[in-house]
Ligand binder design. Sequence first.
Ligand code: DX5
Ligand code: ZN
Length: 225
Amino acid sequence: MVELLPSILSSDFAHLADDVAAAERGGGTVIHVDVMDGHFVPNITLGPPVVKSLRKATTLPLDCHLMIYNANDYIPAFGDAGANWISVHYEACPHLHRTIELIHNHGMNAGVVLNPATRVDVLLDILPMLHHVLVMSVNPGFGGQKFIPFSLDKIRRLAEIRKELGLRFRIEVDGGVAHDTIAQVVQAGADLLVAGSAVFGFGSAEQNARELLGAARVAAGEAGL
Ligand code: DX5
Ligand code: ZN
């Protein structure tokens, strides 16, 4: 089932609760929270205190995308703050198996994120432990960037591996997902669709979310997904 994950990175942080509520009315079912440390990526955003406030503002699952080094030092705090899903970058976690166990020990769903230049196959051994794999379709750090087309091949490859190995992890895509790209990512096999600027960047977040989800569902229907 395709789901829309509004990314609050492009929302108005002074009106976060209202923006999240609007995206939820438009059909968003998981809130995507971008955590950046200014080291792994060239931008700084937010941490556990904001997640704690968000937790009070919505009942939707909070999907925390950690674009940080030393994730192990912060995972417990995100768990305490009310995060439900934690995604860590393959490129930032030298002891990935340990990190995933830590996420599980704190009662959260674990996912691994791949930068555009990282091959899908590096995850083969660890896939059975994952709730989701997040394919970055832009270089992480900023909203509003252009979708990188070869991400579609990576999504297709993941869908293929999932089928071959009989696994159940979900395939998430993040970056440049908008009205002109959403059908392609769904047809390639992604079912968790993160969208920031396409939801919050202009006009009504509620209407934008509704239209994106509508387009995704049409594409899924056409592809028999
Ligand atoms: C980028 C973030 C994304 C960002 C996507 O590093 O991980 O979640 O919000 O923004 P858009 O949808 O505008 O490309
Ligand atoms: Zn993200």
